[in-house]
Design a protein around this ligand. Structure first.
Ligand SMILES: NC(=O)c1ccc[n+]([C@@H]2O[C@H](COP(=O)([O-])OP(=O)(O)OC[C@H]3O[C@@H](n4cnc5c(N)ncnc54)[C@H](O)[C@@H]3O)[C@@H](O)[C@H]2O)c1
Ligand SMILES: O=CCCC(=O)O
Length: 495
């Protein structure tokens, strides 16, 4: 067996396969398990306990039971647990990276980048734990005092997607821990292994039993539906598709449950004729091909000024064609597989429909033969306005280009979507960049930058891309509520 194969099997053997409930790893009440596949080979990596409604209820019982004592733990202690977790994840960076590559497919180099990014939420919120400040003031009429404090919202249900298995979990768990909330984490059934290892690390870092409960499941709706209706649950934080988010928001309305929603995107990437075209191509490679295009932030529509469209497209296509496609564990890999056959087939269908409608295929355009769900990096020029590929998340390494002539037209095209997560603008004119920021309906904007994600920044969208923010100073607020105490005039008896 090669060293790599030995590392893979030792790592998989170290991943807890049970549900984490009340500090104990245990099998599902039904005894059922489900398979986790390697998308590069289609082979089964591990079988995990498959939580059902009974396990969901037990996880919420444990979270509710731990809430009061956890909220009393001093903020500094909560911060120190997060800091230890940051150090443990960093020490085990290679394990986390390999595990993500195995279960999700991304190249190891990218998985290492995700470990750094994901761990940073632990460090950032270890520092924020001690800064949940309130305020004290004199009322305008001078007759009372206003004491405003921040309190943990209480037990939270955290639901994460498959595409960033570590960062999407740490971006929720870390602020919840910092704020003093207990949690039930439902990881994505396609990539639950990283959350299992992360939960083990959180326990090793000293998180008390019951604070974090983890319930991987193949039956998401049936297992978490009853929790959303349970009055003991005080918060739902969801990252995933707009379609599922909408459904969960409607379920949450029943108990007026507080929600954070990090949903889908349809990011415009706008290149003006005054941009440095080489820098725009480098930005486009990041914005499009990071995570094989399987990112909510992925540039989904390239909106390029007519005079530079040919130059941009040729250079972009040449860079795409140079990408090495292979299993993410291979050192040279730059493009791994898509998550499953259904996703790959959807991507190919969108490409085929655009080409049939007259788009020019500059490079790629087909799945890769052999095992796994690989798809070639693909560039489409002259895509027709109104084409389906421009209105839905592609979630694959495919870049459609449309052109514009004026700034007003670029704004109109960029805003022509129900989504509003992020936009990318390439221009050398700073005033134009600022104007575009003011005119675009997105929660985030990359100005001459192909990636905006940063633990210290508020991540989130507007329109149907979601509600709330993760990371930054705002992230912890999602797990706190404001309480105001009105205090009678302390001089009522006379000064
Ligand atoms: N805005 C962001 O920060 C962000 C980040 C990552 C991914 N995403 C979005 O996530 C999507 C890709 O992820 P996905 O395919 O895992 O999304 P998804 O909506 O299919 O699933 C997300 C999570 O919800 C669970 N789920 C599905 N149906 C459910 C139900 N009825 N009740 C409870 N849970 C349910 C899934 O098991 C998974 O854990 C894309 O749309 C992407 O843009 C958004
Ligand atoms: O998929 C969306 C999340 C990507 C990120 O946080 O950078």
């Amino acid at each position: 067996m090669s060293t790599n194969a030995q590392h893979e099997s030792a790592l998989l053997a170290s991943v807890p396969t049970g549900l984490l409930i009340g500090g104990q790893w245990r099998p599902a009440a039904s005894g059922k398990t489900f398979e986790v596949e390697d998308p590069s080979t289609g082979k089964v990596l591990l079988r995990l306990a498959d939580a059902g409604p009974e396990d969901g209820a037990a996880a919420l019982d444990a979270a509710a039971a731990a809430q009061d004592s956890w909220a009393k733990v001093p903020p500094r202690e909560r911060g120190e647990i997060l800091r230890r977790a940051f150090e443990l994840v960093t020490e085990r960076a290679e394990d986390f990276a390999l595990l993500m590559t195995l279960e999700m497919g991304k190249p190891l180099a990218e998985a290492r980048g995700e470990v750094t990014y994901g761990a940073e939420f632990l460090r950032w919120f270890s520092e924020e734990a001690v800064r949940a400040f309130g305020r004290y003031s004199v009322s305008p009429d001078g007759k009372s005092r206003l004491l405003v404090t921040k309190k943990p919202v209480g037990p939270c249900l955290l639901i994460t997607p498959w595409n960033f298995p570590l960062a999407m979990a740490t971006r929720k768990v870390a602020p919840a821990v910092a704020a003093g909330c207990t949690m039930v984490l439902k990881s994505a059934n396609l990539t639950p292994l990283t959350s299992q290892l992360f939960a083990a690390v959180m326990m090793e870092a000293g998180l008390p039993a019951g604070v974090l409960n983890v319930i991987p499941t193949s039956t998401a709706g049936a297992t978490t539906g009853p929790l959303i209706k349970d009055p003991r649950l005080r918060k739902l934080s969801f990252t995933g598709s707009t379609e599922v988010g909408r459904r969960l928001l409607s379920d949450a309305a029943e108990t007026v449950l507080r929600t954070s929603m990090e949903l889908g995107g349809n990011a415009p990437f706008v290149v003006f004729e005054d941009a440095d075209v080489d820098a725009a191509v480098a930005g486009a490679m990041l914005a499009k091909l990071r995570n094989m295009g399987e990112a909510c932030t992925a540039a989904n529509r390239f909106i390029v000024q007519e005079s530079v469209a040919q130059d941009f497209a040729k250079k972009f296509a040449a860079k795409m064609a140079e990408m090495t496609i292979s299993r993410g564990t291979e050192p040279e890999s730059q493009i791994g597989p898509l998550i499953d056959a259904k996703s790959r087939d959807k991507v190919h269908e969108l490409v085929t429909a655009a080409v049939n409608d007259g788009a020019v295929l500059m490079t790629g355009g087909a799945p890769v033969d052999g095992p796994g769900y690989f798809y070639q990096p693909t560039l489409l020029l002259d895509v027709r306005a109104g084409d389906r590929i421009l209105s839905q998340e592609i979630f694959g390494p495919v870049a459609p280009i449309i052109t514009f002539s004026t700034e007003d037209e670029a704004v109109r095209l960029a805003n022509n979507t129900e989504y509003g997560l992020v936009a990318y603008i390439f221009t050398k004119d700073l005033n134009r960049g600022i104007r575009m920021g003011e005119r675009l309906e997105t929660g985030m904007l990359g100005l001459n930058a192909g990636v905006v994600s940063n633990a210290a920044a508020p991540f989130g969208g507007v329109k149907q891309s979601g509600l709330g923010r993760e990371g930054g100073l705002e992230g912890i607020e999602e797990y706190l509520y404001t309480q105001y105490i009105g205090i009678a005039d302390p001089y009522a008896g006379g000064r």
